[in-house]
Write a protein that binds this ligand. Structure first.
Ligand SMILES: O=P(O)(O)OC[C@H]1O[C@H](O)[C@H](O)[C@@H](O)[C@@H]1O
Length: 536
């Protein structure tokens, strides 16, 4: 067992140490500071974490009760205390023999029944057994936002090589541009609309759903016959006019941002089919088993969380860049923004007291190599340290373009190497001198070419981006966020911080329609006046 203070002391004592020293002291460091989960490899050797530090971090995880909380989650206990709910996204991918009880009732039979119905429906859409009013379904539009959009949209893109169903489109924004641009290219008679909303009250989703229904009505006789819904609110889906056989429910103990494993993944099921979707679940299940069984120091989600805690709460690095060298994971950073920032962006702990330390980090990123030509300048030479998380597959899906994949891999490894090694003033001077510079001009120019180095990164390697691998990756991050939340004493499963803006937007709606704005603050009034002046 160890404390935050023990770690803070260790951090101060090792703060100025260069991580290259750690490789000199321990030539086998890459092995000692990496973890395998199945065929996946997480290397965290390019950090300033040494064996003592890891012991302290693991000791902190133990002291904060990570194992007990993890077991409570898997056992269906009410760990989401501020909403009075269990947290059971893991049930959505549990195997067929699993028995998971909430309030003494096994939740698995109902969950399996819905999963079977969702598979049957998606197969019917794919095979043409389910038809639109103009024939076979060619396009599916998923209308949802937040957890009802980011996960399935990210996964649909990630699994593009496995698509053999209709085309998938995701519409989330209440900005009419999003649905307008999407529907413009589609034929209502051969389009299926999936309205995905846990609550079926989210204003963006309901507004877009109404727009889609009106669009349908212009061309087909039964506008909701080509609508399906995924929601916990069967009364509301019925009120919208969607037949119960095309409504797929789930329980409130599946958080929105953790819900892509069940019917919220309907779009993914339709795109890749039930058999491959099962592989996606199997990948997550493999990561669940690893998370439950592996000792903390060899546990990938636990160690990824501890690396995050080290960088954010102990070293004070406020942001974390997620850099997939995998174009098809280009929506992973956006997905992780919700997963991590909505889960752990909280200033009050489970005990109702101020957190007393920083909440979870700002998460951001873009795929490599694109980011290299955009924001890596700051990562390499800015004054702030940005811990980076690289992701890379050993193989791409384009056998004819294997040389491009090798180039991609070289870039990924090179960036991590550059961040660690940097370039000293002497090296920079030698390079400039070789180019013929000398004297004052060399002095002036060389410093701009220095890379401080000693900048931390982790590397997640996997054989190939398959449904199974994607399941592993997403479950890895889910559990990582969970462990970080437990260590910080945060409830990672509520999201009260999104409420105030929603309430004020509801109140401002009538103002945008012309109602009196005089009760608003001066700034808001002035902005309203501008918009009115421009004909909002
Ligand atoms: O699925 P829904 O009920 O429509 O919710 C969609 C999203 O909106 C909310 O504001 C929450 O912040 C998200 O956690 C949620 O995923």
């Amino acid at each position: 067992m160890s404390t935050w203070n023990d770690l803070a002391k260790h951090q101060r004592a090792t703060d100025t140490r260069h991580m290259l020293e750690l490789f000199t002291q321990d030539p086998d460091r890459a092995n000692g500071f990496s973890i395998r989960a199945g065929e996946m490899l997480l290397d965290y050797s390019k950090t300033n974490i040494d064996a003592d530090c890891r012991d302290l971090l693991v000791g902190l995880a133990e002291a904060q009760g990570v194992a007990a909380k993890r077991d409570a989650m898997f056992a269906g206990e009410v760990i989401n205390e501020t909403e009075g709910r269990a947290v059971l996204h893991i049930a959505q991918r549990a195997d067929d023999a699993a028995v998971i009880e909430v309030d003494d009732t096994d939740v698995m039979p109902a969950l399996r029944e819905t999963r079977a119905r969702a598979y049957a429906f998606s197969e019917a859409v794919r095979s043409g057994a389910y038809q639109g009013q103009g024939g076979r379904i060619t396009d599916v539009v998923n209308i949802g936002i937040g957890g009802s959009d980011l996960g399935p949209a990210m996964a649909t893109l990630a699994l593009e090589p496995f698509h053999d169903g209709p085309r998938l489109h995701y519409v989330s924004n209440v900005d009419g541009a999003h649905i307008g641009d999407t529907l413009e290219r589609l034929d209502p008679a051969t389009t299926l609309v999936v309205v995905a909303s846990k609550t079926f009250t989210t204003i963006e989703t309901m507004t877009n759903a109404e727009t889609a229904r009106a669009w349908m009505a212009q061309k087909v006789t039964d506008p909701t016959a080509q609508f399906a819904a995924v929601s916990t609110a069967a009364d509301k889906t019925a009120a919208f006019g969607i037949a119960p056989e095309r409504v797929f429910g789930f329980a409130d103990w599946v958080g929105g941002r953790y819900s892509m494993w069940g019917p919220i993944g309907l779009g993914v099921m339709i795109a890749i089919g039930a058999v491959r979707f099962e592989r996606f679940l199997a990948g997550a299940r493999a990561m669940d088993a690893h998370f439950v069984e592996a000792p903390f120091a060899e546990n990938m989600p636990v160690m990824l969380a501890l690396v995050g805690i080290w960088h954010n709460q102990l070293c004070g690095h406020a942001t974390r860049a997620v850099l997939p060298y995998d174009q098809r994971l280009s929506r992973l950073p956006a997905y992780l923004q919700q997963l991590e920032m909505e889960s752990n962006g909280k200033r009050v702990g489970m005990d109702g007291e101020d957190l007393g330390r920083q909440s979870g980090p700002v998460v951001w990123g873009e795929p490599g190599t694109n980011g290299q030509h955009a924001f890596y300048q700051l990562i390499h030479q800015g004054t702030r340290v940005v811990p980076c998380e690289f992701l890379l597959a050993a193989q791409g899906h384009e056998p004819d373009l294997a040389h491009q994949h090798r180039l991609l891999a070289a870039n990924c490894l090179a960036q991590a190497e550059a961040l660690m090694k940097g370039r000293s003033l002497e090296e920079a001077r030698a390079i400039m001198a070789a180019k013929g510079l000398d004297g004052a001009e060399l002095d002036r120019q060389a410093r701009h070419r220095v890379f401080p180095g000693n900048r931390p990164s982790t590397m997640l390697l996997y054989p190939k981006l398959t449904p199974f691998t994607l399941g592993q990756i997403v479950a890895l991050y889910e559990h990582r966020v969970f462990v970080e939340g437990v260590i910080l004493g945060i409830n990672s499963f509520d999201q009260w911080g999104v409420e105030l803006g929603k309430e004020l937007a509801t109140a401002l709606g009538p103002v945008m329609d012309g109602a009196d704005a005089s009760g608003k603050d001066g700034s808001t009034q002035a902005l309203v006046a501008y918009l009115r002046g421009q004909g909002v």
